[in-house]
Design a protein around this ligand. Structure first.
Ligand SMILES: NC(=O)c1ccc[n+]([C@@H]2O[C@H](COP(=O)([O-])OP(=O)(O)OC[C@H]3O[C@@H](n4cnc5c(N)ncnc54)[C@H](OP(=O)(O)O)[C@@H]3O)[C@@H](O)[C@H]2O)c1
Length: 340
């Protein structure tokens, strides 16, 4: 058996670094790793398993001999180059929004719908990081007692906007503390000691931004349930890494917090962190570097006297489960993982 040739299309980025980390940590069988990025990265290298790999400029010809291509270089790069990868015979696992809603592209969270992977026609899409964070714990509940409505408010970290946004949070904080002026370059507003609406475009008609729209659409596609009512508010907070969310959901049948705890204690990819006595609940600093979605503050939603609704708070490392880890979990289920 020959191990697959794996290409990372974003090798110098925040998600790219986590691709390398996940491949190593999960002992993914890699015959050869190709590190691809833009022309800006000429001369850079990436370390992998004791090797130093030169970063190559991404072109249409980058995929000859590649079996699995892990894309996370943004939607326009995916639209431009993923077809070349597929034509060269690679299976693409794409982290961007480019193909997620295409009818012939499976949108996969392995804990939920791994069975869809086999339906791919060359491209499998990795969902939006906020959608993954919410759905990993909601799915096992939905399976037992259909969720008919969910309200999600996000507290999204700098890491969701890439390596440059993480630097901007650090630099703007330093400048603020030193009483120096700071002009934001990556995000639209001062990031230090501030909170603002997610930095994606707002639909002038609906008032929802792109991130919120992605969560709503993708959740319905992944859960294969177009009737679910979903309300989302996405907010950027000055946290370096890992997204948090406040989630309230309403089920078809009555549900108790004890039932939710029982369901989630057996759920794959979920860890309950719910210590009322110590006021210790999911926090992004605890979620950072972790594979699981942390879930806590599980409690009855007192605004619903019928007993059908539960509120909870979650935190997850969106560079891992929200991006690189989920993509590698998909790749692990591909037959191309082992090349005959
Ligand atoms: N951050 C997250 O949590 C997250 C979660 C889910 C999905 N995503 C997706 O992943 C993408 C990257 O996120 P990130 O956080 O890793 O951003 P990042 O830190 O800014 O890294 C972007 C990477 O993509 C490469 N790149 C950008 N445009 C390219 C092009 N035209 N050709 C070749 N390479 C190109 C960059 O190469 P250079 O260094 O050469 O510019 C870099 O390696 C996002 O746009 C989004 O679609 C991110």
């Amino acid at each position: 058996m020959k191990k697959p040739v794996v290409a990372i299309v974003c090798a110098t980025g925040a998600v790219g670094a986590e691709f390398v980390g996940c491949l190593t940590k999960r002992n993914f069988p890699v015959g050869r790793l190709k590190a691809l990025a833009s022309a800006r990265s000429a001369g850079k290298t990436v370390k992998f398993g004791g090797d130093t790999i030169a970063v190559e400029k991404l072109t249409e010809k980058s995929f000859e001999g590649v079996d699995i291509a892990l894309f996370s270089a943004g939607a326009s790069a995916s639209r431009e180059f993923a077809p070349s990868a597929v034509n060269a015979g690679a299976v693409v696992v794409d982290n961007s929004s480019a193909f997620r809603m295409a009818a012939d592209v499976p949108l996969v969270i392995p804990e939920i719908n791994a069975r869809r992977i086999t339906e791919h026609k060359g491209i499998i899409a990795n969902p939006n990081c906020s959608a993954i964070t919410a759905l990993v714990p909601l799915w096992p509940i939905h399976k037992k007692n259909r969720i008919k409505r969910m309200i999600i408010s996000t507290y999204q970290a700098a890491s969701g906007a890439g390596a440059a946004a993480m630097r901007e949070l650090e630099d703007s904080t330093r400048a603020y503390l030193d009483k120096r002026p700071f002009e934001p370059q990556v995000l639209p507003h001062r990031y230090a000691f501030n909170v603002f609406s997610h930095n994606t475009a707002i639909d002038p008609e609906t008032g929802y931004n792109d991130e919120e729209t992605k969560v709503m659409r993708e959740a319905r596609k992944i859960l294969e349930d177009d009737r679910i009512a979903i309300g989302v508010t996405c907010i950027r907070v000055p946290v370096l890494r890992a997204h948090s969310q406040s989630i309230t959901f309403e089920c078809e049948k009555p549900i108790t917090e004890a039932e939710v705890r029982t369901i989630l204690s057996d759920a794959t990819g979920v860890k309950i962190v719910d210590d009322r006595a110590r006021n210790y609940f999911p926090m992004p600093i605890d979620a950072s570097g972790q594979d699981d979605v942390l879930v806590g503050r599980i409690r009855k939603d007192l605004s619903d006297a019928s007993g059908h609704s539960i509120s909870m708070f979650v935190a997850a490392d969106q560079l891992l489960k929200g991006a690189a880890l989920n993509a590698i979990q998909i790749a692990e289920l591909l037959p191309e993982r082992v090349v005959a």
